[in-house]
Ligand binder design. Structure first.
Ligand code: SF4
Length: 62
């Protein structure tokens, strides 16, 4: 599984980084960015939760 954040849609609320800090972090611009290329099996459910929790729908599988 690979995941992508659309920085044009992200509002930097921090929800994804709070739910799954092993995959998402807030960068210097205050927007979410992914810190891994491929999501490991054990983090998939957290990433799915982050996708569902993002208020702007900025996170998607790619
Ligand atoms: S949950 Fe969505 S809007 Fe909030 S920081 Fe993450 S990607 Fe951005």
């Amino acid at each position: 599984m690979k995941v992508n954040v659309n920085e044009d849609a992200c509002i930097g609320c921090g929800a994804c980084a709070a739910i799954c800090p092993d995959v998402f972090e807030i960068n210097d611009e205050g927007l979410s960015t992914t810190i891994v290329d491929t999501v490991s099996e054990d983090l998939k459910s957290d990433v799915q939760e982050a996708i569902e929790s993002c208020p702007t729908g900025a996170i998607a599988e790619k």
